[in-house]
Every structure is written in structure tokens, then in C-alpha cells.
Design a protein around this ligand. Structure first.
Ligand code: ATP
Length: 511
């Protein structure tokens, strides 16, 4: 059993491999750094998360439609979007350990440590004062909190100024002044900070002289922008309206760690919402609330999420925040919500020479809509779901089990049909039940090993229901349904199984 979060995370990663959720890519050749393959259960879970997102977008919002644009795009797309010139991360190497880091992340982690001290101070005071504690007052008067908050503010503003001015020596100076050391070598022997473009490039065309350079898309959003006019015209869309898309994106990440949290090939689920200029802040707030509700509908504890406002805005944004999730390694970005202004459409207009405008019948005029984007990583959602669901439990009888408490509607396998013994007509009866449900749900038939062992196997892959067929089934047509989380068993009429499954397995209703 895991002693702490770090161990728990390690155990989760090995569980993912052992039970067919996630494998290192091309493992027989020792894998490929920060690239992963999804196994037989992993791809089911991923499909279910994707479908839940897709349906929430395109069914619950009548003015949002989905598309599927190609990964390859005309190279000018990336000039227009700003990615060729500005999709950079600042990198820095430690000369002793030869380890490479993102300079911004080193600074952010330093800030997080100071914020940790502030929070500790606050919770100590909370314990001391109990009911009478006024947190706001404490934060604005306590000298130690104020001193640390001033440090945080100074670092953040120096960092923002340095990045806005693309002044990499100023970024390095912050690292030097804060005396940040390499976590591996423990030294401050740093190289200069350099900008590094994260896009992968490749060639299209068979003859090298004719071949043109393409980029693998670093975000799916641009496939939506270049199709704005197509969808608006063919879908008879009226502002405000949205276009949703899921698909692969590629980034040559400088530091790719933490399993599938940061990968070089990953999948995004993005939605661009086109609105009337001047209304974007209202829609930005609307989408913050709507997306948070969606995350909370998973049923995980509400203190697993928080908003984090961006201090350094991307070149296209006038407001931006992240929804952060409490991963086993701390609060980290799960989804980004950005008010992207009219930057992308205007820039594509300029580069393509095509008018990318909406004709507003009420105003009787055309304009370039503003855009609010929601962008969530499918792989990060997968990791959020699994890390929240993975449980190592000690049972009353002293035995242990590993159970994935995946929300039932997302579980890869929905039910296992288990004949108690492999004789007396029980397998045949179990097969009948299996045949009645397998067209609607992914189910497994299993007759090998003791019933206890079979339950454990299903717990380990997160199957919400086990349907057991025993001798009584042959007499009165009832079966036992065993619930994964409570391990409670109930006896029900076999004819009612599909109704029970429908109720238990349907997606939550979001109001
Ligand atoms: P980060 O700050 O973690 O690098 P980002 O701000 O660059 O992320 P966005 O460009 O806003 O990320 O992308 C939207 C979403 O795509 C993120 O919230 C995340 O869920 C997902 N994502 C981005 N980069 C990766 C990656 N390398 N691996 C997996 N998911 C990613």
C-alpha cells in the first residue's frame, strides 16, 4: 500500500500498465519520451470521456456544432496564428546536472513555495482562532503574510515585464536573484535562458525540391478558425454560436514528465464560441461557470478544483484562466478558458485576403466576432479521472483490494457476467444474460477462478456492476448484482437487469 502521494502516483502508473490502460509508446524499443499508447481499457475510458464532452457541448447547447478538421494545415495558418513567431517556451539548462528546465516553471514553483508558507500561516491562525477567524482581515494585516505576499507580487510583476519584453536575460536574472537551485545537482550553475519553439515540422511532397514544410498542429483551435465561414454559412449559425472539436495536437515540450500530464502528442477538446464584440466578458464568465459545472458533474470532491487567473496573457487574449485540478503532484492546469478577442479571425483575414465576418441581421452590419475558447486536454482529463478513482483499500476481513472508483457512466467495462460455477447449466444462463445486454454496453463474460478473484479483477478495471448467476437463478430467474464501490449485493429479477443498468450508467444531468 502507498505511504504517500508520490507512492500512490507510482502505483497508479504501474496499475495503468498492468491492467491495459496506458503503455509507454513502442515499448519493445524502450519507449519514446513523453509519448504513450492507450490499451484496451484506456481507450474505452478515453472514448467515454471524449463522448461525454462532445455530447455536453453539441447536445446541451443547441447553438454549438462539432467538426473534425485535418491535422495538417496550410503553413500560413501558423504564421497568421502567431505560433511561428511566438509559440515559445523559455528554456534553461543546469551545467552540472545537464538537466533542462522551463525557466517560467522554475519561477512559478518558487512562487508556489512562498504561497505555501502564506497558506500555512493562514491555516495555523484558523486553528487558533476557530469560529472568530476573519481570513480576509488576517491576510491584509498579518506582517509575515504581508511580507511574503509582497515577495510574490514583486516576482510576478518582474516575470511578466521580462516576458512581455521577450527579455530572456531578465528572466535569468530573476532565477539568479531568487537563488533557485537545480533540484538534481543542487547548484546554481545555469546557462542563459533561450526561447524554444514548440512546433514539430515535417515535409509534404515526395520530391525534396518541391516539398513544403508543414507543422503538426500544436492546438486544434486553428482548424476551427479557418472553417469559421464554412460552418457559419452551411450551418445557418447565428451569433453567439460555437464550434467544437476534439483531436490530436503536438508540442515538442521541453520538459515532459509526470506520465500523461505533459505529452508530446496529446489530444485536446476545444470549443470556440463566437460572440458580438463587447459581450465577450459576459460570455467568458458564462463559460467559466459552465465548464466548472461540467467538471463537478464527475462527482469528485469540490475542493479538487480551483480557478487560476493568468498574469501573463498570451498574445491573443484579453482575459484567461485555468481550471486546475488536484493531481497527486499538486494543483495543475486541466483546462484553459481564454477570451481570444478577434485576434485569430482578423489575422486570418489579413493573411488570406478573405473576409471572415458575420452579418448581424439585427444591426444590419458585418463584424469580426470575438471569441471565447474552452480548451481541455483529454489525456489530462483521463489522468484526473483515474487519479481520483484509484483506491488502495484495506477491507474489514484484513484483505486488500485495488479499486478504480471511476464514475460509472465513464467506466470502460460496464458489467461482468459471472456464472458461479462452470457447470450445471449456469454458463448457458449467464451467456443468455450477456447476449441481452452486450449490444448496449461493453460487458465481459468471465467463468475462470473463484468468484472472489473475479470480483477483484473487475474492481481493478473499475467495472461498476458484477452480475452473478447461481443455482437459484435457474429456479426463480433472479441474479445477484454486486456493486463495485460498496461491495453490496442485491438479488434482482434477471429481466430487470437492463433497466437497472440504464439508471445506474447514464450520464449525469447538468442543469
Ligand atoms: P501548460 O501551461 O501546462 O503547458 P498550456 O497553457 O500551454 O498548458 P493550452 O495551450 O491552454 O495549455 O492547452 C489547453 C489544454 O491542453 C491544457 O489545459 C491541457 O489540458 C492540454 N495540454 C496542453 N499541453 C499538453 C501536453 N503537453 N500534454 C497533455 N495535455 C496538454
Amino acid at each position: 500500500m502507498a505511504a504517500n502521494n508520490e507512492d500512490l502516483f507510482k502505483n497508479l502508473v504501474s496499475h495503468c500498465k498492468e491492467y491495459g490502460f496506458v503503455f509507454p509508446s513502442s515499448e519493445i524499443y524502450d519507449g519514446l519520451s513523453a509519448v504513450y499508447d492507450y490499451g484496451q481499457y484506456g481507450s474505452e475510458l478515453k472514448n467515454n470521456i471524449r463522448a461525454y464532452w462532445w455530447n455536453s457541448m453539441t447536445r446541451l447547447h443547441e447553438n454549438i456544432v462539432g467538426i473534425d478538421a485535418a491535422i495538417f494545415m496550410h503553413p500560413t495558418t501558423w504564421k497568421a496564428s502567431g505560433h511561428v513567431d511566438a509559440f515559445n517556451d523559455p528554456l534553461i539548462d543546469n551545467k552540472d546536472s545537464k538537466k533542462r528546465y522551463r525557466a517560467d516553471v522554475l519561477i512559478e514553483e518558487h512562487v508556489a513555495k512562498i504561497e505555501g508558507k502564506i497558506n500555512k500561516e493562514v491555516s495555523k491562525a484558523k486553528d487558533r482562532f476557530g469560529e472568530a477567524f476573519n481570513e480576509e482581515q488576517f491576510r491584509s494585516t498579518n506582517p509575515r503574510v504581508l511580507e511574503n505576499q509582497a515577495k510574490v507580487d514583486t516576482i510576478n510583476s518582474r516575470f511578466k515585464d521580462a516576458m512581455d519584453a521577450s527579455d530572456m536575460s531578465a528572466v535569468k536574472q530573476i532565477i539568479v536573484d531568487l537563488e533557485i537551485v537545480c533540484p538534481v545537482s543542487g547548484t546554481r550553475n545555469w546557462t542563459d535562458v533561450r526561447q524554444f519553439n514548440l512546433m514539430f515540422s515535417t515535409q509534404m511532397g515526395s520530391v525534396s525540391e518541391d516539398a513544403s514544410s508543414l507543422y503538426l498542429r500544436p492546438e486544434t483551435a486553428q482548424g476551427i478558425f479557418v472553417n469559421f465561414l464554412n460552418v457559419y454559412k452551411t450551418g445557418r449559425m447565428k451569433v453567439p454560436f460555437g464550434i467544437a472539436q476534439t483531436g490530436k495536437a503536438f508540442r515538442n515540450e521541453i520538459v515532459a514528465r509526470q506520465f500523461i500530464f505533459r505529452m508530446r502528442e496529446f489530444e485536446q477538446m476545444e470549443m470556440q464560441y463566437f460572440v458580438k464584440p463587447g459581450t465577450e466578458m459576459q460570455w467568458y464568465e458564462f463559460w467559466k461557470t459552465t465548464r466548472m459545472k461540467w467538471h463537478r458533474s464527475m462527482g469528485f470532491s469540490s475542493d479538487s478544483y480551483r480557478f487560476h487567473d493568468h498574469i501573463k496573457l498570451a498574445h491573443y487574449a484579453n482575459a484567461a484562466c485555468d481550471i486546475e485540478f488536484m493531481f497527486p503532484f499538486g494543483f495543475k492546469e486541466l483546462e484553459g478558458i481564454h477570451s481570444r478577442t478577434d485576434f485569430d479571425l482578423k489575422s486570418h483575414e489579413a493573411y488570406s485576403g478573405k473576409k471572415l465576418q458575420y452579418f448581424d441581421p439585427e444591426l444590419n452590419e458585418s463584424y469580426v466576432p470575438y471569441v471565447v475558447e474552452t480548451s481541455v486536454g483529454l489525456d489530462r482529463m483521463f489522468l484526473a479521472v483515474l487519479s481520483h478513482s484509484y483506491c488502495e483499500e484495506k477491507l474489514e476481513d484484513g484483505s486488500e483490494r485495488v479499486v478504480l472508483r471511476i464514475p460509472s457512466f465513464l467506466a470502460p467495462v460496464k458489467a461482468a457476467v459471472l456464472p458461479l460455477v462452470k457447470k450445471d447449466g449456469l454458463p448457458e444462463k449467464a451467456r443468455e444474460i450477456m447476449a441481452a445486454i452486450k449490444a448496449d454496453y461493453l460487458c465481459q463474460y468471465d467463468e475462470k477462478d473463484s468468484i472472489g478473484k473475479r470480483y477483484r479483477r473487475q474492481d481493478a478495471i473499475g467495472t461498476p456492476l458484477c452480475i452473478t448467476v447461481d443455482h437459484q437463478t435457474l429456479e426463480d430467474g433472479t441474479v445477484t448484482i454486486r456493486h463495485r464501490d460498496s461491495m453490496q449485493q442485491e438479488r434482482v429479477d434477471a429481466a430487470k437487469v437492463s433497466v437497472i443498468m440504464y439508471d445506474l450508467l447514464r450520464a449525469p444531468r447538468i442543469d
